[in-house]
Design a protein around this ligand. Structure first.
Ligand SMILES: *[C@@H]1O[C@H](CO)[C@@H](O)[C@H](O)[C@H]1NC(C)=O
Length: 181
């Protein structure tokens, strides 16, 4: 394939092409995996064995005054949230040393999620952080500061996000083909 005239240059180019092709193949596989992973996440969110009581129903970790997050989540009631709720609320009380004293998690309405964030109580020995989230058992973690004591609402752009990567796949396949010709 390489002429004797510019053998060295030609071999270098071939190697470069090969490296590029491998890189593109990896990108191709990676984006395929990503699309696949998104699908798996989506289906995990709605377990088929447990029929939903009504459209857009969801579950929250639910505990009352648990001592730590493990025990809250471990013994959380696994039941559907009532229809007048849309979010999962977490209320976390902890000492100035960061030790949890009380954790409450439950299904919540919009108005219950009005106050999120952290504030020191009057005695300033304790801090209360409140967070809300949207989605199936989304209230796994505890809010501990202003970064995570937030109202996290899902963005309904998951499908558009995955379709944005789709048109690039045939292009990548084309480039891949051209490199081997
Ligand atoms: C908030 O808490 C999280 C988890 O403990 C930590 O990773 C993050 O660095 C904290 N952020 C701030 C601003 O303290």
């Amino acid at each position: 394939m390489c002429s004797s005239l510019a053998d060295h240059f030609c071999i270098t180019m071939l190697r470069l092409c090969h490296a590029l092709a491998v890189a593109l193949l990896q990108i191709f596989i990676f984006s395929e995996n990503q699309a696949f992973a998104k699908n798996i996440n989506f289906y995990n969110v709605r377990p088929p064995l447990d029929p939903t009581p009504f459209p857009n129903s969801f579950k929250c970790f639910t505990c009352e005054n648990a001592g730590d997050n493990y025990n809250c989540n471990r013994w959380a009631e696994d039941k559907w949230c009532p229809q007048n709720t849309q979010y999962c609320l977490t209320v976390h009380h902890f000492t100035s040393h960061g030790r949890s004293t009380s954790i409450t998690k439950k299904c919540a309405s919009q108005s219950e999620c009005h106050f999120v964030g952290c504030r020191h109580s009057q005695d300033s020995e304790h801090t209360e952080c409140r967070s809300c989230c949207e989605g199936m058992i989304c209230n796994v973690e505890l809010p501990t500061n202003h970064t995570n004591a937030v109202f996290a609402v899902m963005h309904a752009q998951r499908t558009s996000g995955s379709s944005a990567t789709m048109p690039s796949l045939p292009v990548l396949a084309w480039v891949f083909m051209l490199l081997w010709l």
